[in-house]
Ligand binder design. Structure first.
Ligand code: HEM
Ligand SMILES: [Cu+2]
Length: 577
């Protein structure tokens, strides 16, 4: 099909469908992106609310207060059962919210930056409905108390089959979406031989290449181990092998969340600040490195586990430091871009560019605050990756503090930044009460900073994670009590912040009356700089990804298939009650 170039000068009625107006969405875009975001933020609403109540339940002070007031301690109830709530929190926030958001935004960015519609609208909707039915199955199993297995669903804990079947549908849905995006890109390449694909689409392609490879691990785990066991087809399982397959997927999963945030920092933030990105090529190198190096390092989640050789742990740990490199490239590239923006606003000395920025604009501030939290995420991540530190910190709330600065910090706030400009475009109304939006950003930022600090410090004192500390009779050492109480305070701030967010969402959907005038911050062309052609050689990347993973994972896999001692743990339903 021949593709018309965008022709914004033509009168609206004569425009071919492929002309994407800057400040509004075509109706197919509104439905496509809107549907994904609607599901994403619906799931998040339920998932997010569990968070503050987890902190309340873990705070001994709240129990003492109730004892003083009414003569007996009350532990904050949360859903019907702590681990049910924690499963909802992890699955809905980390797996469902992110995946729906990423798919919706990827479709939007690819169509806009390539200025052409997706290869197949039918495939888009097949993908969407598969994922949605999957979500309903999974959520049903959790809400009805038949899947208290947390978002990592390690066997021998066992959930209702609907939990696993739902997850499979979500993953298959993303594969179909990824295929659709790739076909769209190949069409663009046929029509634009020799040109470099816009950076935003490059990032999305790298993300899907990585995601497809990584999710094979969890697909094998669910289809060959967990689903058959939950259906009663087999009785025994091998927890060790399952963990290996899970973490083949689990580490790249965090980059699957992060790449869309990087796309925003690299291609949207410069537009929002009115300056060009410092280096487009450097950004592509970062994306390619992430696609390659985020899979063969997953053993760093298994440092505390038996059944994985010390050699594998050392190799994976070494490559983990390599994957810190693209994040450092990003930090440099984005900081240089932000400095440009500060200089443009009149900054003259070494540091004044940091405050000569639009800090009051929620779209920009959310990304800045996310980046700031990410600095702590990066540092604490490198600490987690250090073998000896990991031994001390692994099962403590330190880890929870760490990934709330990355996932609930950088990733979450950047997604919210995107929401704040795309929602007005979808709804065709201005963002409702931008000051509330800004207040959400800053309360979230300070709340998360406190949360991470207190959870981290508590973890150093030995506070365990994934533990129902509020359960009657649970042991609570005096050293950690103070930190858990402070954490509950941060939980209160985050609760207020969450209400502000949903007030802005509902306000924009139903109460905002002024027409929106937002321009989508999408970069359509490539800058005039040298971008090596091999960066777009996907066959080369696929070859490298396959080779590195065979080398780095095959020994681990063989090592963990223990035909003598493995494969005979009995599965038991849900978590013990
Ligand atoms: C209102 C803000 C939030 C608060 C107060 C909060 C609080 C918590 C707490 C206390 C835990 C640990 C519980 C335990 O280990 O026993 C936890 C775990 C977790 N949180 Fe959050 N959270 C918030 C937002 C988020 C967001 C936005 C995401 C992701 C997008 C997220 C993802 C997770 C994940 C994946 C876990 C691990 C669950 C597990 O161990 O299975 N949280 N959260
Ligand atoms: Cu990891």
């Amino acid at each position: 099909m021949a593709i018309a170039k965008p022709t914004t000068e033509q009168p609206v009625e004569n425009r071919p469908i492929l002309s994407y107006p800057a400040a509004e969405l075509l109706s197919h875009e509104r439905f496509q992106v809107g549907a994904h975001l609607l599901v994403a933020f619906f799931a998040l609403a339920l998932g997010i609310i569990m968070g503050p109540f987890q902190t309340f339940r873990r705070s001994p002070w709240l129990q003492t207060v109730s004892e003083d007031l009414i003569g007996q301690p009350i532990t904050t109830p949360i859903f019907t059962y702590y681990y049910q709530a924690l499963t909802l929190h992890g699955v809905l926030n980390a797996l469902v919210f992110t995946t729906f958001f990423i798919m919706g935004i990827s479709y939007f960015v690819v169509q806009r930056s390539l200025q052409r519609p997706l290869k197949s609208t039918v495939l888009l909707w097949i993908s969407f409905w598969l994922m949605t039915v999957g979500l309903v199955l999974t959520a049903w199993a959790i809400v009805t108390g038949q899947a208290n297995v947390l978002f990592t669903f390690y066997p021998p804990m066992l959930a209702h089959w609907a939990f696993y079947a739902g997850l499979v549908l979500v993953i298959v849905g993303t594969w179909i979406g990824a295929y659709n995006v790739f076909r769209t890109y190949l069409g663009w390449r046929d029509d634009n031989p020799g040109e470099r694909v816009p950076l935003a689409t490059y990032g999305i392609l790298a993300n899907f290449v990585m995601w497809f490879t990584a999710s094979l691990g969890v697909a094998v785990e669910v289809l060959t181990m967990l689903l058959p066991m939950s259906l009663g087809m087999v009785d025994t399982t091998d927890p060790q092998l399952a963990r290996v397959l899970f973490w083949f997927f689990g580490h790249p999963l965090v980059y699957f969340w992060l790449i869309p945030a990087y796309i925003s920092w690299y291609t949207m933030l410069p537009k929002q600040l009115g300056v060009p990105l410092f280096s487009d090529t450097m950004a592509r190198i970062a994306f390619a490195m992430i696609a390659i190096f985020s899979i063969p390092i997953g053993v760093h989640h298994l440092f505390a586990d038996p059944g994985v050789s010390e050699t594998a742990k050392i190799y994976h740990s070494a490559l983990t430091y390599v994957v810190a490199f693209p994040s450092l490239l990003t930090a440099f590239n984005v900081a240089a871009t932000i400095e440009r923006s500060g200089r443009k606003r009149g900054a003259t000395n070494l540091i004044d560019w940091t405050w000569k920025q639009p800090w009051g604009n929620p779209v920009v501030a959310a990304q800045f605050c996310g980046m700031f939290l990410f600095i702590f995420g990066g540092i604490s991540g490198i600490m987690n990756a250090s073998f000896n530190m990991n031994q001390a910190l692994h099962n403590t709330t330190w880890v929870v503090g760490h990934f709330h600065t990355t996932l609930a910090g950088a990733v979450f706030l950047t997604y919210i930044s995107i929401l704040f400009w795309i929602m007005p475009m979808i709804r065709q109304r201005k963002l409702w009460r931008p000051r509330w939006a800004t207040a959400h950003v800053y309360t979230w930022f300070f709340g998360m900073l406190m949360f991470a600090g207190f959870m981290g410090r508590g973890g150093m004192a030995g506070a365990t994670r994934r533990t129902d500390m509020g359960a009657p009779g649970a042991y609570f050492s005096p050293e950690i009590a103070m930190w858990m109480n402070w954490t509950a305070l941060s939980g209160m701030i985050l609760l207020v912040s969450s209400f502000l967010l949903y007030a802005v969402i509902f306000g924009t959907l139903f109460a905002s009356e002024e027409k929106a005038t937002v321009n989508a911050p999408i970069q359509k062309d490539t800058p005039n700089e040298f971008i090596p052609a091999f960066l777009e050689n996907w066959r080369l990347w696929a070859f490298i990804i396959i080779t590195t993973n065979v080398v780095m994972w095959l020994p681990v896999l063989i090592n963990s298939i223990d035909l003598v001692n493995g494969f005979w743990s009995l599965g038991y339903p849900g978590a013990a009650r």
